[in-house]
Ligand binder design. Structure first.
Ligand code: ATP
Length: 206
């Protein structure tokens, strides 16, 4: 796969990881260090409410119940509808992902600095790494990720496991990533690994 050095004149660093790996934690830390971060998954959640054309298309695909009486995306209903219907899920994603891509491209144009970070769970699955200068994978043992998500979201073991089972295996992601952060220890260790990678990236582009 051809990797672009720059995207809209910027070097994009993709930040990814499976559920509960700690990618948002790392992204927030990177933001604190002063680098702009685009949160794809969070933005996708807003876009389904803010983009009127997208909203219309989702209603056409999934019906009026995809939005509640206040016009807000009914995430739970949609998740249940598409969870065991892969074709429908693909169609829905085929609408949402291009809208997020467009939003990201608009965001890039408002950013200063050459190094921008993009947090996304689907970096490799959607081949978004082809627009990235480098990719960083955050990973942790499955049992730790399970425990952390159960604690964070109040989900059951089985619920988290079901989501995990649908994601690209960690081993495959490790092979594809330029840098890997192992998040099996405490926060301090996580920050230290992140800083080391950032230093390396900075020295590369200078
Ligand atoms: P998701 O894909 O579900 O959005 P994520 O990869 O963004 O997850 P985070 O939300 O960053 O993961 O982390 C999952 C949970 O684990 C959070 O509650 C976070 O505070 C916690 N966590 C992350 N890293 C550590 C760590 N090293 N030690 C303890 N808790 C951690």
């Amino acid at each position: 796969m051809e990797i672009e050095q720059e995207y809209f004149g910027k070097k994009i660093i993709g930040l990814t990881g499976g559920i509960g790996s700690g990618k948002t934690t790392v992204a927030k830390f990177i933001e604190e260090l002063g680098f702009p971060v685009y949160y794809s998954d969070e933005r996708a959640k807003d876009i389904v409410n803010d983009d009127d054309l997208l909203k219309e298309r989702i209603i056409q695909l999934l019906g009026e119940n995809a939005y509640d009486e206040n016009g807000i995306y009914n995430r739970k209903y949609v998740a249940e509808l598409v969870f065991n219907n892969n074709d429908l899920l693909q169609e829905l994603n085929g609408m949402i992902h291009p809208a997020v891509k467009y939003d990201f491209e608009k965001w890039i144009q408002h950013q200063q600095g050459k190094l921008l970070f993009k947090e996304t769970a689907l970096l490799f699955e959607l081949r978004l790494n082809q627009h990235c200068y480098k990719s960083i994978l955050i990973t942790a043992d499955d049992n730790l990720r399970l425990k952390r998500v159960m604690q964070r979201d109040g989900k059951t073991y089985r619920e988290v496991e079901k989501i995990m089972d649908k994601q690209m295996p960690e081993k495959e992601k490790v092979r594809k990533a330029d840098f890997v952060i192992f998040n099996n220890d405490g926060m301090q260790e996580l920050m230290l690994q992140t800083e080391t990678i950032i230093q390396k990236l900075l020295s590369e582009i200078e």
